[in-house]
Design a protein around this ligand. Structure first.
Ligand code: 2AM
Length: 477
């Protein structure tokens, strides 16, 4: 028993994580359902560190130092349960199973509770950054017990990405907190991608820019407050020319966006928690809608906007306008994500440090961005900040963005360019800042047809109006 960690499930994510541990000096036990993968890893990368290849579950478990640390890197869902069922009987109290897959946090809560009864720590851990991240440093979001983090934390922090010398890994909270936060990360990622895509669409079809010009705009933006991995790769994608046709790459790709489902989970969960994550929801629906070819065909010939693209001098001014709108919408989308994490922390009793979430997303993961430093600072200064917009610097930027933000959405509407995420972000802002909302009328409608009662602005108590009576008298319910 010499391995500090074992990895089972040696597809590309598992393989790269195993190599990452080994490259950091850990002895790594290897296991895979199909032993050929285990052998291939050792053959190809065996000189990178200390690997202990094993073929049977028993040998794998026997290779692990106590308390055993066994990391599962298989497909989320039934495969994860199957692997847990295979290994749990071979483990002892104090041992740890880490699930580094993209599990649903409710599955993680269930598995954690079941294994806790047997004295086994189950650590559902978000791992972000894809294949490259897994090998060179992901952002790691472990849930599970404090005791498990005391052992696993240093190992995860060693292999995680770094941002300004700090590891992109922290103990998120108990049971499913890690997988929850990973899910929200992906939801925010959907929103950020959609916002960037809408900004591109505006530059293309309102400003009339060609893809290489837009690439240049994104490159410039990447030097400022929008500095982020997603903006950076967007510039590269837009600058890419298809070798086959000589056309802009973006013009030869089918415009039907796919998804693996974490965005959908985020939206479903947001509804359950009562969190209005509208930008994430619109981003998810935008992907879904783009893929509905029959519906798109049915709508295709219907009328849209009438206005022409801007003239060149107007177009150049429009670029800065879009930057404001993109930035403001992005702040709202992230604020919605953080609100969702706060809501879940309350619902599930997780003690989540909201500043730490920003800190560990600064490196390794897809939404890594300079702007996360500011989110961290905001929550460091006030852990109970009710919203990012309650922080003066963010409020000032949003104030500054008012005119351009609205202008961009209006310009899009007039030209029939869909901007669902920009619009959702602005509507969210206007909803929350409104002095009075038409929700009052909704309450009236509910009371009218369903006697659902209402509260008054001027008196305590619950009331119902007898709508069927000619004088509409009010009664206390
Ligand atoms: P395989 O190489 O034997 O297919 C990603 O699919 C990884 O998870 C692969 O390493 C795969 O093993 C493993 N995997 C998928 N389903 C599994 C299951 N039900 N039991 C064990 N490993 C599984």
């Amino acid at each position: 028993a010499s391995a500090q960690i074992g990895v089972t499930g040696l597809a590309v994510m598992g393989r790269n994580l195993a190599r990452n541990f080994a490259r950091h000096g850990y002895t790594v036990a290897l296991h895979n359902r199909t032993a050929a993968r285990t052998r291939a890893l050792v053959e190809e990368f065996g000189d990178e560190g200390a690997f202990v290849p094993t073929e049977t579950a028993e040998d794998f478990v026997a290779a692990l130092e106590r308390p055993r640390r066994l990391m599962i890197m298989v497909k989320a869902g039934a495969a994860t349960d199957a692997v847990i069922d295979e290994f749990a009987p071979l483990l002892e109290p104090g041992d740890m199973i880490i699930d580094g897959g993209n599990a649903h946090f409710l599955d993680t809560r269930r598995r954690e509770a079941a294994l806790r009864e047997r004295g086994i720590h189950f650590v559902g851990s978000g791992v972000s950054g894809g294949e490259e991240g897994a090998l060179h440093g992901p952002s790691i979001m472990p849930g599970g017990s404090e005791e498990s983090y005391a052992v696993l934390g240093p190992m995860f922090e060693a292999i995680s990405a770094e941002a300004e010398g700090e590891p992109c890994c922290t103990h998120i909270g108990t049971d499913g907190a890690g997988h929850f936060v990973k899910m929200v990360h992906n939801g925010i990622e959907y929103a950020d991608m959609q916002l960037i895509a809408e900004a591109y669409d505006l530059l293309r079809n309102v400003a009339g820019y060609a893809p290489p010009q837009i690439a240049e705009v994104f490159r410039e933006w990447n030097k400022g407050r929008l500095d982020s991995y997603l903006i950076e790769i967007t510039a590269e994608i837009l600058a890419h020319t298809d070798a086959r046709t000589g056309k802009a790459f973006v013009d030869i790709v089918r415009d039907a966006a796919e998804q693996k489902g974490t965005g959908r989970w985020t939206v479903q969960t947001a509804l359950d928690l009562g969190t209005p994550t509208t930008a994430i929801a619109q981003a998810t629906f935008a992907r879904v809608a783009s893929s509905r070819s029959t519906l798109r065909e049915a709508y295709r010939a219907l009328p849209g906007g009438t206005e022409h693209p801007l003239r060149p001098h107007e177009a150049d001014r429009f670029v800065a306008t879009v930057e404001h709108a993109l930035y403001a919408s992005k702040v709202i989308a992230y604020d919605q994500g953080w609100t969702m994490i706060r809501d879940a922390a309350e619902e599930y009793g997780w003690n989540i440090d909201l500043a730490d979430i920003a800190a560990i997303w600064r490196g390794g993961c897809i939404i890594r961005a300079a702007f996360l430093d500011r989110i961290r600072a905001a929550y460091r200064a006030d852990p109970h900040l009710p919203s990012l917009l309650a922080e003066p610097a963010f409020a000032a930027e949003i104030t500054q963005a008012q005119v351009p933000w609205r202008e961009v959405i209006a310009a899009a509407n007039r030209r029939a360019i869909p901007v669902p995420a920009f619009s959702a972000a602005l509507a969210y802002y206007d909803t929350l800042r409104a002095d009075r909302l038409p929700a009052a009328l909704i309450q009236g409608q509910r009371d009218y047809f369903g006697a659902h009662t209402y509260l008054r602005t001027d008196h305590e108590g619950t009331f119902h109006t007898l709508w069927a009576e000619p004088t509409r008298p009010e009664v206390e319910a």
